[in-house]
Write a protein that binds this ligand. Structure first.
Ligand code: ZN
Length: 424
């Protein structure tokens, strides 16, 4: 085994290779799942001869090809955490990799896993490397097309990011769906869900007239409990337009709520995934606090569409930037729709009971750490309580449109860090 390494912010280097497009094909099976990837790779600096290092864990490499030719054993190095192409072509090339993974045996709940009859993914922060060999880092931004094939009776619903291009039947009781996300994204925002789910459907018309289909997918018995979540989603879409001028950018928005989703909630582009407990409510049992918390969390994940997804982080040291910004937005949303003083008191008392003890103990760390071994340890309350002014957020979004997101995010980070602990 290779020992996990400590990663330092000061060591950040631009990647040697960028990925332009990624085509992924999943053949979901009961024993194992075959993942075929086809990536268009470009070298960042012409003339450099750097090796291409891909992350990958817990999978079997079936084949690897460059521009259609199978690589020989001495063209690459395969370790337990990396696959390295020793001397990739100097011009743009296509890399094809086939891996064999076992979602049924994946108990880490990172990557692709199967639980209670559903296939589901969780890729933030570093789960994509358990799906296929890839440069699993947020500054690798690519456009994705995803084809999913599975048994039709066991997995009638096949979801991924973006717009649904095609679906149809295959031989042997199988079917397929082809999804395309027109926007570049880091792989931590990739998502796939397949299973026997049913949906509550609605539509939202954006201020420029785009008609967006909204679907909340759950096991059949839970559909009646999703009315408040749908209300919350539509309210969030409208509020982001009114307050931040941010409009939804695709024709479809899917939410999945399943009981086995470990992470709580995840903002995958156009396919948000939640644990059921954060989404479902019925008037017979839910309290006012339950309704308020559903509104907040649905809003939070939706708001990430701009702050986090379209404007993303350069590296994981910037985690607090996307989270701080988005929590600020969800707090404003909940304050505008409910009571501002009540929301503030609840947030500060949560901060006192969870964040203060951490900051007083051995797990204390700056908003932006200087190093980490495993990023997951930083998903605590800390990033949730920083405040930024609306003006700065507008600067951030505008800069994104000029292609400056990474640079601006670093500058904003300094402001954000200096403002932490200045809440009233
Ligand atoms: Zn978040």
């Amino acid at each position: 085994m290779e020992t996990p390494k400590e990663i330092f912010l000061k060591d950040y280097k631009l990647p040697d290779y960028y990925f332009e497009t990624v085509y992924l094909k999943f053949v979901l099976g009961e024993e194992s799942t075959i993942v075929s990837s086809e990536i268009v790779v470009v070298r960042r600096v012409e003339g450099s001869s750097a090796p291409l290092v891909l992350n990958g864990e817990d999978m079997k490499l079936v084949s690897i090809k460059v521009d259609g030719k199978e690589l020989k054993a001495d063209d690459y190095l395969l370790g337990p955490r990396h696959l390295t192409l020793v001397s990739p072509p100097s011009t743009k090339f296509t890399l094809e990799i086939v891996t064999d993974i076992c979602p049924q045996k994946n108990t880490s709940l990172e990557g692709l896993y199967k639980s209670s009859g559903n296939f589901c993914t969780q890729c933030e922060a570093e789960g994509f490397r358990k799906i296929t060999y890839y440069q699993d880092r947020p500054d690798i931004m690519a456009k994705y097309r995803v084809r999913i094939e599975a048994d039709k009776s066991l997995y009638p619903v096949l979801l991924s990011n973006g717009n649904l291009l095609e679906e149809g039947d295959l031989e042997g009781g199988k079917h397929y769906a082809l999804w395309e996300d027109p926007f570049q994204k880091p792989c931590y925002l990739f998502a796939l869900v397949a299973g026997p789910l049913e949906s509550r459907d609605d539509t939202f018309v954006t201020r420029s007239g785009r008609k967006v289909s909204l679907r909340i997918w759950t096991p059949a018995k839970d559909v009646p409990k999703t009315a408040h979540a749908m209300y919350s989603l539509k309210a969030a879409m409208k509020w982001d337009e009114d307050v931040f001028g941010l409009e939804y950018d695709l024709d479809l928005f899917n939410i999945v709520a399943v009981p086995d989703f470990n992470m709580g909630a995840m903002e995958n582009k156009s396919l948000n995934i939640f644990n059921s407990r954060l989404v479902l409510a019925s008037p017979e049992t839910a309290t006012d606090a339950d309704y308020a918390s559903i509104l907040g969390v649905i809003g939070h994940e939706y708001f990430h569409n701009w702050t986090g997804n379209r404007v993303t982080c350069r590296d994981w040291f910037q985690l607090s930037l996307k989270e701080g910004l988005t929590v600020f937005r969800d707090q404003e949303f909940s304050s505008d729709l409910g009571s501002r003083p009540v929301k503030r008191i609840a947030d500060v008392s949560k901060l006192r009971s969870y964040q203060f003890p951490q900051d007083a103990g051995p797990m204390a760390h700056p908003v932006r750490p200087h190093s980490y071994i495993k990023m997951d340890n930083f998903y605590t309350g800390k990033h949730c309580f920083v405040t930024l002014s609306r003006v700065l957020i507008h600067v951030y979004i505008q800069a994104y449109h000029c292609g400056l997101s990474f640079i601006v995010s670093s500058t904003l980070f300094k402001i954000l860090s200096s403002r932490f602990n200045t809440f009233e």
